[in-house]
Structure formats: structure tokens, C-alpha cells
Design a binder for this molecule. Sequence first.
Ligand code: FES
Length: 107
Amino acid sequence: MPQITFIEPSGNPVPLDVPEGWSLMQAASANGVDGLLGECGGSCACATCHCYVDDRLMSLLPPPQDNELGMLENVAAERRPNSRLACQIKASAALEGATVTLPECQE
Ligand code: FES
């Protein structure tokens, strides 16, 4: 179970042991992490699970699919090169030690 640290908008770090196969949105929501809404429940239809991934995670992840790229055009906070949707990132052992930063706003 990889440990992934979520940085809340306040700067507070929240380390979570995320079951493999869970999305990062699921993990953050289930643990009350501030700064992520996940209004569509993870079906890549709301863009309220916007996050910024660290450099290593960015190099590990496959590039966003077309539907994720489309939703990333609708994020409320600044879109950056490392912007991703947390519902589209599945936890795996390779993600151990990753850091995901949550933006100031999601809508
Ligand atoms: S939870 Fe809606 S796009 Fe990720």
C-alpha cells in the first residue's frame, strides 16, 4: 500500500496509505482531505479533483487520456504542466512516496 502525501491548500501535509487500485480522489475523499471535491464521483466529468503532481509522479504516470485533457480545460484554479485529475490516478506500489498538491479552489 503506497504512502502518498496530499498537501492541502493551507500547506498542511496529509500522508495516507492508499490501497492499490484506489484512485487518489477516492483516498483523499475517504479521509477528509481538504481541497478536493470529486463531485462526479470519479467519472472524469467535473474537474473538481484537480491536483498538481510532483515531478517523479509526473514521469511515472501515463499521459492524460482525451477525456482527462478535456476536463483539465475546465479546472477552476490555475492549470499547470503538472495538473492532473486525481480520479484518473490509480494507486500502485510505484507511487510510494509521491506528493500531490491540491489547489486553492475547485469550483
Ligand atoms: S472526480 Fe470528477 S473529474 Fe475527477
